[in-house]
Each structure stands twice: as C-alpha cells, then as structure tokens.
Design a protein around this ligand. Structure first.
Ligand SMILES: CC(C)(COP(=O)(O)OP(=O)(O)OC[C@H]1O[C@@H](n2cnc3c(N)ncnc32)[C@H](O)[C@@H]1OP(=O)(O)O)[C@@H](O)C(=O)NCCC(=O)NCCS
Length: 147
C-alpha cells in the first residue's frame, strides 16, 4: 500500500504508536492526543510498534495492524501495547463489542483471550473453521442481552 494511504488508514482510526525514546534527544513531548501527521513531524522517539482500532469511538471497535518492529519483539512490548488498547476500550461506556480476525490460531487466539478477555465467535477451532480465520470478540458494557 502506498505510504500516503497507510497514513490515512491510521489517521482515520484510533491509533496507537509505541516509541523508543532511548536513542533520541529528549525533545518536547507531543500532545497526548497528537495525530499521525503531528507525530510524524515531531516524533517522540523511534517508532517501534503500532496498533489501530477502526471504530466509531462509542459502540464498536475493530482491532487490526498490531505490529512490533522485529528488533523490539519478545520484550513484553506487544503485551504492553495491547494492554494500552484494552485500557482505552474499557473506558468506552457504550461499547457493545470489540472484534478482531486472526489466522494465527496457536499464538494469537490465546494471546487475545488472555490480554483482552476476547472469546471466539462462530468456529471454536481451526479445524471447524476449515482454514479460515479465528473471529474474536470482547463484549463491552452495552453488549445486548440474549445475542
Ligand atoms: C505478535 C507481536 C505483536 C507480539 O509482540 P512482542 O512484543 O513480540 O510480544 P511480547 O514480548 O509482548 O509477548 C509475547 C507474547 O505474545 C504472544 N504472541 C502472540 N502472537 C505472537 C506472534 N505472532 N509472535 C510472537 N509472539 C506472539 C506470545 O505467545 C507471548 O505470550 P506469552 O508471554 O504468554 O508466552 C509481535 O511479535 C509482532 O508484531 N509480530 C509480527 C506481526 C504479527 O504477527 N502481528 C499480528 C499479531 S495478532
């Protein structure tokens, strides 16, 4: 995807960036709600991880593009990033559900069960899904009863 389109995807989403400040000058901290363009102009460090939720910011959120740079993987940063995402989602009082799709049944399914309290929707096993992705959801405070 061209960089401009990728930037637009993150700009239009509830996006999370993880920055390594250890190798950068201690520059002025951007606003906590700085957007993608502002962060690109004055990054608070080297970008080493991202995640984003496609969301209306009220009732539903779809988590995608969870990625930690290979140089920074395996140090607990992915867990911390997802804990931050969940902290924000939990703060949405009218959220019905957050969702995600993953084809990594072995690692990602237990990871999101543990980190976000997600549960499988539809097919419960890879075999039942016949090679398709795992569809997962977390029921928010406004999840409709009886669904
Ligand atoms: C998956 C990813 C975000 C994990 O971040 P990380 O910083 O490397 O992981 P952490 O050190 O915080 O934690 C590792 C945990 O993530 C779990 N995990 C889930 N999916 C994983 C994956 N694809 N690769 C590595 N670990 C994964 C591990 O099982 C481990 O759990 P445990 O500590 O309970 O055993 C990162 O490895 C990554 O960006 N991978 C490539 C992109 C990708 O697969 N993204 C899709 C994620 S659903």
């Amino acid at each position: 995807m061209p960089e401009a389109d990728l930037r637009d995807c993150f700009h239009r989403s509830l996006s999370f960036g993880l920055y390594d400040r250890s190798s950068s000058e201690d520059t002025e901290r951007p606003e906590a709600n700085a957007n993608v363009d502002e962060l690109s102009r004055t990054p608070p460090g080297e970008l080493v991880g991202v995640a984003r939720c496609v969301t209306d910011h009220t009732t539903v959120a779809y988590l995608t593009d969870v990625y930690i740079w290979p140089t920074h993987q395996g140090r607990g940063l992915g867990k911390w990033l997802i804990a931050c995402v969940q902290e924000v989602l939990v703060s949405m009082p009218y959220l019905r559900r957050s969702m995600l799709l993953t084809s990594d049944w072995e690692r990602s399914v237990p990871f999101y069960q543990k980190m976000m309290g997600m549960e499988l929707m539809g097919h419960k096993t890879r075999q039942a899904a016949e090679g398709g992705p795992a569809i997962m959801q977390w029921k928010g405070p406004m999840f409709p009863e009886g669904v």
